[in-house]
Design a protein around this ligand. Structure first.
Ligand code: NDP
Length: 606
C-alpha cells in the first residue's frame, strides 16, 4: 500500500466518509479467515516449553492436605484485592494458589522491556490508599506494579499461606461437609469452605498458527516469558546488550509489541517487526507524579472518588470534571462532546451513532496524521496506519513506538493482512522472501475466545456433580458476575455480567472483592456454612442483562481480532458476555446499594 491509495481530504463530507467506510471494509475483508480462533496454536505438548517460568525456579515443597477457610485461585489483582478485603473483614485464613512464582498475575509474567499500564496508575493500581503508596508515574512501569502486588501480599500477610508455582487441577464440592476439595498439580489435596476464582482474562499465551513454527533452529520465546538470559538487560530497562549482534524478529504488533519494540530497536543489530494489522497508536504523554500534588489530592477516600470519576467519564456518564485525564477518559469525553453538540431534540440513536462515527473518523485521521509526522520513510508510514475504527482493536498509546521505525536497522515487514507465511529453520518467510533471524519473539497475545475450562485448567464440579461447563453450555450464567447457582460458596472475580468496565479491569475486581468479603464475613459471623444464589435470582439477573443493547465493542464490521471473535459471528452464548444494561456506573451504584441494604437479596445462607 502506498500513500496514494489512501482516501483523500477526509474533512467530514459524506463522500469522504463513504470512501473511508469502504477502505475500512476492504482492509477488514483482507484479514477475515475461515479458521477464526482456530488459527492459533495451543501452547502444549511440543510447544509447552514456551510456558516455562524464566523468572523464578520452582521450589520443592510438601503437598498440603489441610483445611483453609478461603482458597483463592490466582494471585493477581483479583486474588490480592479479595484477600485484602477478607482480611479487613476479619477473615485471615486465606490461601492463594498461583501458577507464577510470586504474586502479580499479569504483572508477574509480563516483564518484557517497556511494559507499563495503559490506564492511569492512580486508578489502575488497586489499594493505593490502603497501602499508602504513591505511584511514581502517571502510567507506571511493570516492575513498580509487580512490587505493588508484593506490597499488598506483605501488608495483608498473604505470603505465609500462599502456594506458588501451583495450578489447581480440580475443584469439587462436597455437600456432606459443605466444603470444596482442591487438588493441584503439586499433589496438594486440601479443603476450603469458600473458593474464589480470579484467573484473569488474558493469562494463557497463544502462538500464531504459522506453518513450520516448530522447525526454527534459533532462539524463540513469547513476550510473557521474556528471556533476559538471552537478551541481556532487565525489566527495569537496562540495555539488552546481548542483542547487539543479533537479528531479531518480533511477530505481532498489538499492545505488547508497541511497548517493547522501541527497546528492541535500540538494542538489536537488526530488528524485523512482522505486522499483520497495525495498531492505532495515540499520544502517551507519561510524566512523573509530583509528591506535593499527590499529597494534596490524596485526602481520605481519594482513590474511590477517582475510580468513580474515571468510570463516570469513561462509561458515558455526566461528570463535569475529569480527574484522571488519561487516554480512556479522553476517548470517551471526545465522543460524548460530539453527541452533546447535537441539539437536544436531535439526540436520537441514529444521530448519536453518526456523531460517534464522526468523532471516530476525526480521531483516527489524527492518529494516521501522527504516523506521517513521526515516521521518516513514506512507505513505512503508510503501512503503519490503522484503517479501522479506534475501538475495533485495543487502542494503544506510545511516544516511542512509531519513532522506533526511524532507527537504522529496524524494519517493518508488513504482510498486507495475510500474516507470516512460513517459519523455516533459519527465519521467517513473508511473500516468498526469507528473513534470516537469530531469534523470534512471539508478541502473539493470549487465548480469549477459548472455553473457560481450557483457560482455567479445571472444570468446577458443583452440587450433585454438576459441572460449570455444563451449566454454562448455552452461555455464562451468574448473579452479579460473582455467584453461580449449584456452586455454593464459590465466587468469580472478573468483569463479565457485572460492571464489565474493560478500560479499568481492576475496578471490577476491587468491587467484587468488597462484595465477597461482606458476604463471607456475614456467613462466618452468623455461623452459616453455605452461601448460594437461588436459581430465580440467577435467572432474573441474566434476563436483566439481556435487556441491554449488547456489546459495545466487538462488531463484526470491525477488522478481526480478539475483540470481535476474530471477525466471525459469535455463537448465541456470546450475547451473555455483557455487563449491566445501564453500564458500569449504574452497576457500581447498584451493587453498593445491594451491599449496604444488608438484605443479600437473591442469596440463601444456610
Ligand atoms: P494481541 O492479541 O493484541 O496481539 C497479537 C498480535 O499478533 C497481533 O498484532 C496479531 O495480528 C499478531 N499475529 C497473530 N497471528 C499472526 C500471524 N500469523 N502473523 C503475523 N502476526 C500475527 O496481543 P498483545 O499481547 O499485544 O496484547 C493482548 C492484550 O493484553 C491487549 O489487547 C491488552 O488488553 C493487554 N495488554 C495491556 C497492556 C497494558 O495495559 N499496558 C500492555 C500489553 C497488553 P492481528 O492484529 O492481525 O490479529
Amino acid at each position: 500500500m502506498t500513500t496514494s491509495d489512501q482516501p483523500q481530504g477526509l474533512q467530514g463530507d459524506a463522500t469522504d466518509k463513504a470512501k473511508l467506510r469502504q477502505k475500512y471494509a476492504e482492509e477488514r475483508d483482507k484479514r477475515l479467515r475461515p479458521d477464526g480462533n482456530e488459527q492459533y496454536l495451543r501452547v502444549a505438548g511440543q510447544l509447552a516449553h514456551y510456558l516455562d517460568d524464566p523468572y523464578m525456579p520452582v521450589v520443592p515443597r510438601e503437598p498440603k492436605t489441610d483445611h483453609v477457610v478461603f482458597a483463592f485461585i490466582g494471585g493477581g489483582f483479583a486474588g490480592l484485592a479479595t484477600a485484602a478485603r477478607l482480611s479487613e473483614a476479619g477473615v485471615g485464613d486465606v490461601r492463594i494458589i498461583e501458577k507464577g512464582g510470586d504474586f502479580g498475575g499479569t504483572w508477574y509474567w509480563n516483564r518484557y522491556p517497556g511494559a507499563q499500564c495503559d490506564t492511569a496508575s492512580l486508578v489502575y493500581m488497586p489499594l493505593l490508599e490502603e497501602t499508602g503508596y504513591m505511584p511514581s508515574e502517571k502510567y507506571a512501569h511493570a516492575p513498580e506494579i509487580l512490587a505493588h502486588c508484593q506490597r499488598i501480599g506483605r501488608q495483608y500477610g498473604l505470603y505465609g499461606n500462599a502456594l506458588f508455582h501451583t495450578e489447581v487441577v480440580s475443584l469439587e464440592w462436597d455437600a456432606a461437609t459443605s466444603r470444596w476439595h482442591v487438588s493441584t498439580n503439586r499433589g496438594d489435596a486440601f479443603t476450603a469452605q469458600f473458593v474464589g476464582m480470579g484467573t484473569g482474562p488474558l493469562h494463557v499465551p497463544k502462538l500464531p498458527g504459522i506453518a513450520g513454527i516448530e522447525s526454527f533452529k534459533g532462539h524463540s520465546f513469547h513476550t510473557s516469558r521474556w528471556d533476559y538470559a538471552y537478551t541481556g538487560g532487565d525489566p527495569k530497562g537496562a540495555p539488552m546488550a546481548a542483542l547487539a549482534d543479533k537479528r531479531v524478529g518480533i511477530i505481532g504488533t498489538g499492545a505488547t509489541s508497541v511497548q517493547c519494540v522501541p527497546h528492541l530497536a535500540r538494542a538489536c543489530w537488526e530488528l524485523y517487526v512482522f505486522q499483520r494489522t497495525p495498531s492505532s497508536v495515540d499520544v502517551r504523554a507519561n510524566a512523573p507524579i509530583d509528591p506535593h500534588w499527590f499529597s494534596e489530592i490524596a485526602t481520605p477516600g481519594w482513590q474511590q472518588r477517582w475510580l468513580e470519576n474515571f468510570t463516570a467519564n469513561q462509561a458515558g456518564g455526566t461528570a463535569e470534571e475529569d480527574l484522571v485525564q488519561d487516554g480512556w477518559t479522553d476517548l470517551s469525553r471526545r465522543i460524548r462532546a460530539r453527541i452533546m453538540d447535537l441539539p437536544r431534540e436531535q439526540r436520537i440513536p441514529k444521530n448519536m451513532l453518526a456523531a460517534f462515527e464522526d468523532s471516530d473518523f476525526e480521531k483516527m485521521e489524527e492518529i494516521r496524521a501522527r504516523v506521517d509526522a513521526i515516521v521518516g520513510d513514506r512507505e513505512t508510514a503508510a503501512k503503519l496506519k490503522a484503517w479501522y475504527r479506534q475501538l475495533c482493536k485495543r487502542p494503544c498509546f506510545h511516544d516511542e513506538y512509531l519513532q522506533a521505525f526511524n532507527t537504522p536497522g529496524t524494519y517493518l515487514v508488513d504482510t498486507d493482512g495475510k500474516g507470516v507465511e512460513r517459519i523455516t529453520g533459519n527465519g521467517v518467510v513473508v511473500a516468498g522472501k526469507e528473513y534470516q533471524l537469530d531469534c523470534i519473539i512471539y508478541a502473539s497475545g493470549f487465548e480469549v475466545g477459548t472455553e473457560y475450562k481450557r483457560r482455567a485448567g479445571f472444570d468446577l464440579v458443583g452440587r450433585g456433580g454438576l459441572r460449570l461447563s455444563e451449566h454454562w453450555a448455552a452461555g455464562m450464567r451468574t448473579k452479579h458476575g460473582i455467584h453461580v447457582h449449584g456452586f455454593p460458596n464459590a465466587f468469580l472475580v472478573q468483569p463479565t455480567q457485572g460492571a464489565n468496565l474493560i478500560s479499568n479491569v481492576p475496578h471490577n475486581l476491587t468491587e467484587a472483592a468488597r462484595t465477597i468479603a461482606l458476604m463471607v464475613g456475614h456467613a462466618l459471623a452468623q455461623g452459616f456454612k453455605e452461601i448460594e444464589v437461588t436459581r430465580e435470582a440467577e435467572d432474573c439477573w441474566v434476563e436483566l442483562l439481556l435487556t441491554g443493547a449488547g456489546r459495545m465493542i466487538g462488531s463484526p464490521d470491525c477488522t478481526p481480532g480478539y475483540y470481535n471473535n476474530e471477525g466471525r459471528e459469535p455463537g448465541p452464548s456470546a450475547k451473555l458476555n455483557v455487563g449491566h444494561p445501564a453500564g458500569p456506573l449504574a452497576y457500581f451504584k447498584y451493587i453498593e446499594a445491594w451491599r449496604s441494604s444488608g438484605q443479600f437479596e437473591g442469596l440463601t445462607f444456610r
